[in-house]
Design a protein around this ligand. Structure first.
Ligand SMILES: NC(=O)c1ccc[n+]([C@@H]2O[C@H](COP(=O)([O-])OP(=O)(O)OC[C@H]3O[C@@H](n4cnc5c(N)ncnc54)[C@H](OP(=O)(O)O)[C@@H]3O)[C@@H](O)[C@H]2O)c1
Length: 219
């Protein structure tokens, strides 16, 4: 079993790669820190993905950022800036979409293949009760729409494909370092549960949004 892990230098991405290997699989990793794979450079992304040979049983995009040009997410409308919004869309929505662009070639046509991206529950519009975090929320909502749209297209040529957005839980990584005191999953636990969830999904669930416990998240 072969996985392509984008963002394996991150807390959850590294744990997903480790869990996959622990289950006997092979991992091809592309991350900014280790391989110079910067999702903000579309030409580089295109070239590096085009250079990959063979098909993958799972492609997972585990990269992302809570903030890009600020020290903390926006709390109020007065905090909005075009720069932050554009940067958040670039890393959280456009980057994963540039990877998903290659899914038709990198997933087998006639057998099961998974494309998953780490989204976030706060990207759910229906579940938005607290407000704030404008750029992050909106960029993950955009990611969710891209995943849903990609799943519809993939299903036409890859009948066994599973293309989903995932919420990993609140996980103890650099990402949540500024939020002490919250109940957090370890990266290994989140990764193990996400892989179990993906294992249990079939083509009928493609285009969905699932949390680490396997529950569907409302859009
Ligand atoms: N942790 C949580 O509680 C939580 C909750 C909900 C959703 N999520 C989502 O889960 C994902 C992973 O989070 P994490 O907790 O593992 O965070 P993390 O430890 O901070 O890892 C973030 C990853 O994203 C990569 N990345 C950032 N900017 C990049 C760029 N321009 N090009 C390529 N890669 C880039 C980082 O690469 P470098 O190593 O090069 O910086 C790193 O591999 C994110 O999408 C996040 O929104 C996390």
């Amino acid at each position: 079993m072969r996985a392509l892990v984008i963002g394996g230098s991150g807390g959850i991405g590294a744990a997903v790669a480790q869990q996959w290997r622990g289950r006997g699989g092979e991992v091809v990793g592309l991350s900014r820190a280790r391989d110079g794979f910067d999702l903000l450079q579309p030409d580089l992304v295109e070239a590096r993905l085009t250079a990959l040979d063979g098909v993958f049983d799972m492609i997972i995009v585990a990269s992302g950022a809570l903030v890009s040009t600020r020290s903390a997410p926006e709390k109020a409308l007065r905090d909005l800036s075009a720069e932050e919004m554009a940067a958040q869309f670039a890393i959280n929505a456009i980057g994963p979409a540039l990877v998903m662009k290659h899914a038709p070639r990198l997933l087998a046509r006639r057998r099961r293949g998974v494309f998953a991206a780490l989204s976030a529950r706060v990207g759910s519009i229906a579940d938005n009760r607290a407000g704030g975090w404008y750029s992050y929320r909106a960029s993950k909502a955009a990611l969710n729409q891209l995943i849903k749209t990609g799943a519809i297209e993939l299903a036409r040529t890859h009948r066994e494909a599973v293309c989903v957005a995932l919420h990993p839980g609140t996980v103890e990584t650099a990402f949540t370092a500024h939020y002490p005191g919250r109940q957090k999953l370890s990266p290994q636990e989140s990764a193990a549960r996400l892989l179990d969830v993906l294992d249990g999904l079939g083509p009928q669930e493609s285009g969905g949004f699932f949390d680490y416990a396997g529950a569907a998240v409302e859009w």
